[in-house]
Each structure stands twice: as C-alpha cells, then as structure tokens.
Write a protein that binds this ligand. Structure first.
Ligand code: CIZ
Length: 330
C-alpha cells in the first residue's frame, strides 16, 4: 500500500461511535466488575472508551504496580499480552485476564528466548538489559529489565561497562547516546507502529504549526527524535506538557490512544498526532483489539487467563524487581 493510500484511510478515531450501545456496554462492565470484584486496568494506548471504563490508566509498569497495591483478586488487563504477563509475574496469586488473546506485540515477537541466546553467545560476558516489551521467557534470560521511563537510569545503575540491549533498536540508540561511557550492542528489533513515522512527517507538521512543541516516544526513529523538543515515555508525556506552560499546541509522536488522557487532563491545549493523518499510521492494531465487547466477554466468561510457567516467572521476576529498584529517568 502506498503512503498516499495510507493517508486516505479513515482514521480509527473517526469510526462512527454508537454512544447508546457503548453506554450500555460500559454499565454492564462496571456492574459485573463490581459483582466479581475485578480491577480493570487500561494501558495508555487502549481505545478511549476502554480507558474510560477502567479503574486505572497508565503505562505497563504503573499498571502492574497498581495491581500489586489493589486488594482485588481478579485483574482485567486491557493491554497487550506481554503487559498482562508482567502483571501476572508481579502478582502470582491473582487471576490476570486479557480480554483478547490475539492482542500481541510485534516488538515483543521480534525476540524469542532462542534468538536472545544466539545474541548472548555472539556477545558473551555482557549484561543483558531488556525492554519490558518482551515475553516472560526473554525477561527470564535477561539480567535486568527497563521501561522507556527508566532505561537510562537502569543502564547507569549497572557496574558492567559492556551491555547487550534488547529488543528495540530505536530506544537502544537513544539510550546509548546518553550513556556514552557504556559499550552497548543493540538488538535489531523495533515497534512497527513507531518505526513507520519519519522525520519528514514531523517536519511537515512543524511547518504547518511552527509554534507546536514536539513530544516523541523513544521507540521512534532517530530522524524523528532529532526534531523533538521532549523525548519521553507515555507517562512522562504528561510531565512534558507541564514543562511548557506557554505552549498551546503539541505534536505527539506516539500511538494515538495516548492523546485521550492528554486531552482530558489539559483541555485548553491542542494535541495533534504527529503522523499527519490523525493516527492512521501511529495506530497499534493489537492495542485496539480489547474493545468494550471483548472486555464484557472477558468478565462474563472469565477469559482469557494468563499463565506463566513458575520457573520462567521466578527468573523474569528477578529481572523486573531489579529494574523496579531503579528510579525513573525523570
Ligand atoms: O511500558 C509501556 O507501557 C510502554 C509500552 C511504553 C511507555 O512509554 O509507557
């Protein structure tokens, strides 16, 4: 499909919404969640209506921590598979349900336990730092995990100078530039949703709105990051907006679901998806698989339960807990 054709696709944000049906589904979801004492968590990239029905919205680590704090035994995790797995690893005694089992992650799929072992053999003796967008098996084979909110601090916290960073090459390059004292080999994976965006797209947006502040996620390519005023995790983007009290317009280079909370929290500011087509390229199809119908089915039919092999989970937990002891970057 050509770039032009992509721009003509009706952006997902404009799919006509049946408000009456959505209201009914939301009421049913809230009623069943209360009856079953289930906690509903939604990632920042979920559909706006799913974010609105959830008890908490946040990034994957923030949601896993929320699950730890909350006494409820059932967690409905509206996110993608690796996130629900992390929540299960950190909350082994709870039932973690993922509304759509098809909600995977291309970045996470770009590295398997076997391909990690190949890389470790090619680069022996390196500390393995793995982005949380990875399976439980890959986390289990890693020394420490990181998120986009703490990757720089995690790498600085290590005594080893030689690092193997997996699986996101864009995040890895961005981190490596900030920690030049470390020798970092970077695995060749990426998030296709972020990797498709080009500097030229952001440049075009900037020419139309020269006053706009550009906020980009570090999973974006180098040419996008070069044009950004702020580079941060999804949660960090809220603080980034606060750092620009004079700015009225923001170009946001990440999955379009994030704009929902930004618009709610800063109603007097304008947020524009940096792909120039209102989220038709910065659109993660997996994140959008948990629609209201799927969330309701999940509560009604008690599916799909996430299970992690206990031995894998205990090694993955060590890598996650080592990371959690390191503060966020900012
Ligand atoms: O860790 C997360 O939730 C992801 C995928 C990105 C972010 O920046 O929050």
């Amino acid at each position: 499909m050509s770039h032009g054709a992509l721009q003509r696709i009706a952006p997902p944000a404009y799919v006509p919404v049946d408000e009456e049906r959505d209201d009914f589904l939301c009421q049913e979801i809230r009623r069943l969640a209360a009856e079953r004492q289930a906690l509903i968590l939604a990632h920042n990239y979920q559909l706006p209506e799913v974010q609105d029905v959830a008890d908490f919205v946040g990034d994957s680590l923030g949601l896993a921590l929320e699950a730890q704090k909350d006494p409820r035994e059932i967690i409905v995790f509206c996110g993608v598979h690796f996130m629900a797995e992390s929540a299960k690893i950190l909350n082994p005694e709870k039932r973690v349900l993922l509304p759509s089992l098809a909600a995977g992650c291309s970045l996470s799929d770009s590295i398997t336990a076997d391909s990690l072992e190949d890389w470790k053999q090619r680069y022996p003796g390196r500390a393995v730092v793995t982005y949380v967008n990875s399976s439980a098996e890959v986390k289990a084979g890693s020394d420490i995990c990181c998120t986009s909110a703490n990757a720089v601090s995690v790498i600085r916290s290590l005594s080893e100078e030689k690092i193997l960073f997996t699986p996101d090459r864009n995040l890895g390059r961005w981190v490596a530039r900030q920690v030049p004292e470390k020798d970092i080999v970077i695995y060749d994976g990426c998030c296709p949703t972020h990797d498709v965006l080009r500097g030229a797209d952001v440049g075009a947006g900037k020419r139309q709105r020269p006053d706009a502040v550009v906020i980009a996620h570090p999973e974006c390519r180098e040419d996008v990051l070069a044009l950004a005023d702020e580079i941060c995790s999804t949660t960090g983007m809220h603080a980034a907006v606060e750092r620009h009290p004079e700015a009225k317009t923001f170009l946001i280079a990440t999955e379009w679901g994030l704009l929902h909370q930004l618009k709610k929290r800063f109603p007097d500011r304008e947020f524009i998806v940096a792909d120039g087509c209102i989220g038709c390229r910065l659109h993660c199809p997996y994140m959008k698989m948990n629609d209201l119908e799927a969330v309701l089915r999940c509560l009604r039919e008690d599916r799909f339960e996430i299970r992690v092999d206990p031995e894998v989970a205990s090694r993955a937990r060590v890598a996650l807990e080592r990371m959690m002891a390191v503060p966020r970057d900012r």
